[in-house]
Design a protein around this ligand. Structure first.
Ligand code: SF4
Ligand code: SF4
Ligand code: SF4
Length: 294
């Protein structure tokens, strides 16, 4: 049994569909965060209307299997009461995923969860030619694999040396897993080809001779997983936190203007060229322009 195209919520038919028209409902979970109260409501809904369990998706979402179509309204009402909604499917920005980052991880220089939540609030819900997956990581460890998302953000920090404060202890070179730092004449020298801009050397420096220079997001576009996995292209570096949603909005504008139905960003970029995307998103200064272009 199929569902009408204009069905008001995004639900997916369960794989074993011979059980009398039951469905898996996919919930919209912004950056994978749920409160204890919401978890309690989910437990109750799963027991009353589902099969007593939920499924955690690879992209920090939640699916509620085994719900009868006739119970859909009651399920939606219960979820809505707890601030939860169904969705995150179809041709739009899906659940934005984000790492725990922020103040929850020692490696974070940026607040990836906060950016992820902003992106989710600003970009979600709009109809697009195709699905768009967005991922945010607060540091180059890239726990959420932003390089494999349609639009990915990786928090980065550029170390800057104040020679006058350096005592030549070498702690920064020991802290660098990439071997991007070597001591020469008592001072650390950084190889930009090796540096991943993680900031570990900044944290390790006892004299604050190394400090954070540019801090911002490395932005990837056109990555994907699935049958033909693909690394995204680097679109921009050190994008400030408050300008990242604007940039994401411009990328979606590009997709709307040039994308064919169901054409993901990777094949679109291959078809029209990365230079066109760069020209579009950099055509005016990145500074607090509206997210949604007409
Ligand atoms: S991506 Fe970095 S900051 Fe985020 S959880 Fe992983 S290690 Fe921590
Ligand atoms: S930022 Fe990270 S990768 Fe770059 S030099 Fe410092 S520790 Fe090494
Ligand atoms: S850790 Fe700091 S003080 Fe020590 S060598 Fe590196 S920059 Fe100099």
């Amino acid at each position: 049994m199929g569902l009408p195209d204009d069905w008001p919520v995004q639900i997916e038919e369960s794989a074993s569909h011979e059980d009398g028209g039951r469905f898996t409902i996919r919930l919209h979970v912004s950056t994978g965060v749920l409160s204890a109260e919401q978890l309690g409501v989910l437990r109750d809904v799963a027991r009353q209307y589902g099969q007593g369990y939920v499924h955690l998706t690879a992209r920090q979402g939640i699916e509620l299997p085994g719900v009868s179509l006739r119970d859909l309204s009651a399920v939606q009402a219960s979820l809505a009461h707890a601030g939860l909604s169904t969705g995150s499917a179809g041709s739009r920005v899906r659940n934005v995923v984000a790492c725990t980052g922020g103040d929850k991880c020692q490696h974070a220089f940026l607040d990836g969860p906060a950016l992820g939540h902003s992106l989710d609030m600003l970009l979600g819900g709009e109809d697009l030619p195709t699905q768009v997956k967005v991922a945010v990581a607060s540091c180059p460890n890239s726990c959420t694999a932003p390089q494999m998302a349609d639009i990915g953000f990786v928090g980065t920090v550029e170390p800057v040396l104040d020679r006058a404060l350096c005592n030549g202890c070498g702690a920064c070179t020991a802290a660098c897993d990439e071997r991007a730092l070597t001591m020469r004449r008592g001072l650390p020298r950084r190889d930009p080809q090796r540096c991943h801009y993680c900031g570990a050397c900044v944290v390790s420096c006892p004299t604050r001779a190394l400090r954070a220079g540019r801090v911002g997001y490395m932005v990837y576009v056109g990555g994907r997983v699935g049958r033909r996995p693909q690394m995204g292209h680097v679109l921009a570096r050190f994008v400030p936190e408050d300008e990242a949603p604007d940039l994401a909005g411009r990328i979606l504008g590009f997709l709307r203007d040039y994308g064919e139905p169901r054409e993901r960003l990777y094949p679109l970029i291959r078809r029209v060229g990365l230079d066109l995307l760069r020209a579009r998103v950099h055509s005016r200064p990145l500074h607090r322009t509206p997210i949604r272009e007409a």
